[in-house]
Design a protein around this ligand. Structure first.
Ligand code: T5A
Length: 210
């Protein structure tokens, strides 16, 4: 039996780290213990090197929006082919900290890259590969960035303006409304309430998988 791919999505400071721990705990309670954790961009040596450039830049050379997009897909396909697909094939369940929905929201909505180019690129790189379930933690970017700031300095992307993050949120919501595999979680609520909502959603979803 192949495993399933569950992804946690959301703006910076939405609470993805806590949500990932909650998902893992619930899977364990359902005797699903063989878990593979991934993060994007990243998760393989090459993908982690690309992550470093995407988040921090390199030697003050301007990173163009298109180059950023291509690096994200290069990192993603390294991760899919070398980690995610082999894990799923071996029956592991994969819990992803971000996946392609981030690209649609950040590079499509935030950077406003050409839609036709993005559609073609996605089709060419990913084909029909997609998560079985995505939990999108919806947060007002002002609140999310405030939470993220408590962690320390903001990286290259986190330093963008508020309208950039508002466009990203809008894009996340628009895509989520059209895709039944994406569930919206109100991440402005307390950690306890968010955790309870995730428990509820995931438990219900798991009963449909067996
Ligand atoms: N990116 C990524 C793209 O542009 N395109 C892509 O295709 C991909 C894959 C990745 C960056 O790359 C961009 C997006 C990102 O800018 P990252 O570090 O993986 O960077 O992602 P971040 O979103 O930056 O990670 P964060 O750690 O900021 O977000 P989290 O994980 O959602 O936040 P978390 O869980 O650490 O929470 C932050 C703080 O808030 C508190 C936590 O305790 C923590 O202190 N918190 C709450 N406080 C109150 N109430 C709640 N409900 C709370 N939930 C958490």
């Amino acid at each position: 039996m192949t495993g399933k791919f569950i992804v946690i999505e959301g703006l910076e400071g939405a609470g993805k780290t806590t949500a990932i721990n909650t998902v893992a705990r619930i899977l364990n309670q359902h005797n699903i213990d063989d878990l593979q954790f991934t993060r994007e961009p990243g998760g393989t040596p090459i993908a982690e090197a690309l992550r470093h450039i995407i988040k921090n830049g390199l030697d003050n050379e301007p990173l163009t929006d298109k180059a950023e997009l291509l690096m994200l897909y290069a990192a993603r396909i390294q991760l899919i082919d070398n980690v995610i697909k082999p894990a799923l094939k071996a029956g592991k369940w994969v819990i992803g900290d971000r996946h392609d929905l981030s690209t649609q929201a950040y590079q499509g909505g935030g950077r406003q890259l050409d839609k036709a180019f993005m559609v073609t690129l996605k089709e060419q790189v990913l084909g029909n590969f997609k998560p079985d379930l995505t939990l999108y933690l919806d947060i007002d970017p002002e609140i999310g960035l405030m939470r993220a700031r408590t962690r320390g300095e903001l990286d290259r992307i986190e330093q963008q303006s508020l309208p950039f993050f508002e466009r990203i949120r809008q894009c996340y919501l628009e895509i989520a409304e059209q895709d039944k595999t994406i569930i919206i979680i109100d991440a402005a609520k307390s950690i306890d309430d968010v955790t309870k909502h995730i428990e509820q959603i995931l438990t219900k979803w798991l009963t449909k998988q067996v």
